[in-house]
Design a protein around this ligand. Structure first.
Ligand code: ZN
Length: 287
């Protein structure tokens, strides 16, 4: 991936105004439909304010409306810088680090993180070809039932296309009725799926998938192309990241963290810098 340096960042986004204009151009390229004039008109920047006004009637529009920046008192440049920091480190940074770098409160840094991560969800593309599937756990370190169904833990179900993308989803449980709809939503029929011997996976051929199982119980981890090393590699990235950087992650925020790691994994070989890819995800979410 092309390195996107802090100099590049400062050149492109020297101040709040540049960030706002960038946002306006991205979300409202060309003429903007004015709800008062009921037609596309030109909007101009209103000096000293974070809004644009209709050339004809003066109707005001804020480019930050309905974006992750909406109603935030934090300057836009700091938001953009937070995105830059998140995208320029290999394994992510913590809210504590962000707090120090931006000079904001911990609470603000944490909320910014949460908002930025909310844009990094699973892409819509389907996985196909050779796909590995597995599950892992987060949560209490209490000893107890090992593996599936372990009490007090949160399960994450993962699917990865070899040499392709990963999708990882926090699930309440790992029952067949929970997993199969997810599998069908994300994996193209007739793909070859590699799993371990977990019983819930046994019905995959009936769902139209090829299926090969690794015999972990027999201490066989790789047999030719039959292995789950790719998804296990992703789990170790995820676990290393979360324990090293984020420490304890609340259950309700786990999906957001998982998304960040899946996003990093899926864009690891991109030519486009990750910073630009994240900026590109900024949307105006009308609700
Ligand atoms: Zn107007």
């Amino acid at each position: 991936m092309e390195k996107y340096t802090i100099q590049d960042f400062n050149r492109l986004f020297p101040d709040d105004d540049t960030c706002l204009e960038w946002l306006r151009k991205k979300l409202y390229p060309g003429k903007i439909f004015c709800p008062d004039c009921k037609k596309p008109t030109k909007f101009y920047r209103i000096k000293g304010r974070k809004v644009y006004g209709c050339d004809l009637c003066g109707h005001q529009l804020s480019p930050t409306a309905n974006t992750i920046f909406d109603h935030s008192p934090t300057p836009l440049k700091l938001w953009f810088y937070a995105i830059y920091l998140m995208s320029s480190t290999r394994c992510g940074i913590s809210a504590k680090q962000l707090q120090r770098e931006l000079g904001v409160t911990y609470k603000t840094a944490w909320r910014m993180f949460h908002q930025i991560r909310s844009m990094l969800g699973n892409g819509s593309g389907l996985l196909s070809g050779e796909v590995e599937m597995d599950e892992t756990y987060f949560g209490s370190r209490k000893p107890g039932k090992r593996g599936r169904g372990a009490a007090g833990k949160t399960s994450v179900f993962g699917m990865v296309q070899r040499k392709g993308n990963v999708k990882a989803i926090v699930t309440g449980d790992l029952k067949r009725t929970t997993l199969y709809p997810i599998v069908k939503e994300h994996i193209l029929p007739k793909s070859m799926i590699y799993t371990d011997e977990y019983y819930a996976y046994r019905g995959l051929p009936q769902e139209g998938y090829g299926h090969k199982r690794v015999r972990h119980a027999a201490k066989i981890y790789v047999s030719g192309d039959v292995h789950t090393n790719t998804i296990e590699g992703f789990w170790s990235l995820l676990k290393g990241g979360i324990s090293g950087v984020y420490k304890a992650v609340g259950k309700e925020y786990l999906q957001n963290y998982v998304n960040e790691y899946a996003f990093r994994y899926n864009h690891r070989k991109d030519e486009i810098p990750m910073f630009i890819t994240i900026l590109d995800r900024i949307r105006s979410q009308q609700c």
